[in-house]
Design a protein around this ligand. Structure first.
Ligand code: OKP
Ligand code: ZN
Length: 343
């Protein structure tokens, strides 16, 4: 399996985040990509840089005004004499003007963000755009006949919606890959999200579409981030009704429980009969993950890869979360190697 990655990911480094009452280094840190890169190289996979796709390649998934906000946010911030990282200080909650986009940068941040844990720094746009190009490149390879490809994206993407950012995510890399496959001859595309956190952005983007199936397994939003989406009764709307499937699972979920839910998720994908699969590959389901609470061990990731291969579909893997940085590379490479062995 070929790998696509851009060193520009390192331009995004949020610095510090609030965790359990303390400021700690951001869990979503540049070193994550370095550990993964080392492991995939060790596994003998060939790594390439992304092709250049224009801004317009984002518009099938994201609102153009939202893209323009992300592209210019930090420059606007600097233009009014500020520096450092940007976080929103107010959100349009119930009872407020939810549909009004304020003209000032602080109001715009609150309008487009859905959490206060996703800092924008000077290099955020360049890194997020490079990650999007990695996902598009992997999708292009698969559209051109590769059996599978892995996009080593950073920052991740699955929390970013049509016009929202949060959860360390700015542009939805997996959704961009799925949309690219749709535009390159795949009539039906399935997105399977195995990250610990619900892929609320991906669900939002394809909520009313019947041509892209969205299936997610994740920690229950009753107690886990992102809290306000990812419940089992969310099934899509309009033409998309029945084309979203959520499998919320309790804290402490083991491989025995996880693999049973994974089988149900894979059944849903198989019933849909897609032409291609996009896997939102978060490995924060690992027992050692510092911000998650499932109990998967290292040996379970190759088993996951094997089961994914059983679908016998052209497959684009897109990197999402995973914060046990020392073990991250082996867990990711485990899934990819299991997939290659099972094909
Ligand atoms: C992104 B991905 C920890 C707060 C957690 C957001 C988690 C985003 C996870 N202090 N905040 O799905 O791995
Ligand atoms: Zn996650």
């Amino acid at each position: 399996m070929r790998v696509v990655h851009s060193p520009r990911h390192a331009l995004h480094d949020g610095g510090m985040e609030l965790h359990r009452g303390e400021l700690v280094p951001c869990f979503e840190m540049p070193a994550r990509a370095d550990f993964i890169l080392q492991a995939v190289r060790q596994a003998g996979l060939e790594v390439s840089e992304p092709q250049a796709f224009g801004l317009e390649s984002l518009w099938g998934v994201h609102d153009a005004g939202f893209v323009e906000f992300l592209r210019t946010a930090h420059a606007q911030w600097r233009a009014i004499g500020k520096q450092g990282f940007m976080l929103p200080s107010g959100f349009p909650a119930r009872g407020m003007r939810r549909d009004h986009l304020p003209s000032g940068i602080n109001g715009q941040m609150g309008y487009y963000a859905f959490d206060a844990g996703t800092p924008i720094v000077q290099g955020t746009w360049d890194a997020a755009f490079a990650a999007a190009q990695c996902a598009l490149t992997a999708a292009a390879w698969v559209a051109e006949g590769e059996r599978s490809a892995y996009a080593l994206c950073r920052p991740p993407g699955h929390h970013a919606g049509h016009s929202t950012y949060g959860g360390y995510c700015f542009l939805n890399n997996a959704a961009l890959a799925a949309q690219h496959l749709r535009e390159r001859g795949c009539a039906r595309v399935a997105v399977l999200d195995v990250d610990y956190h619900h892929g609320n952005g991906t669900q939002d983007i394809f909520w009313e579409r019947a041509d892209v199936l969205v299936v997610s397994l994740h920690g229950t939003p009753e107690t886990e981030y992102p809290y306000f989406l990812g419940y089992a009764d969310e099934r899509g709307a309009g033409a998309g009704e029945g084309f979203t499937h959520n499998f919320p699972l309790p804290r402490g979920t083991t491989w025995a429980q996880y693999s049973a839910a994974l089988d149900s998720a894979l059944d849903a994908v198989a019933r849909f009969g897609p032409d291609a699969l996009v896997v939102s590959l978060g490995v924060d389901t690992y027992v050692g993950d510092p911000i998650s609470a499932f109990a998967l061990e290292r040996e379970h990731f190759p088993l996951m890869g094997r089961r994914l291969a059983q679908l016998r579909l052209p497959t684009v893997f897109v990197q999402e979360g995973g914060y046990a940085v020392e073990d991250l590379g082996l867990n990711v490479a485990g899934v990819l190697e299991g997939f290659d062995a099972g094909r």
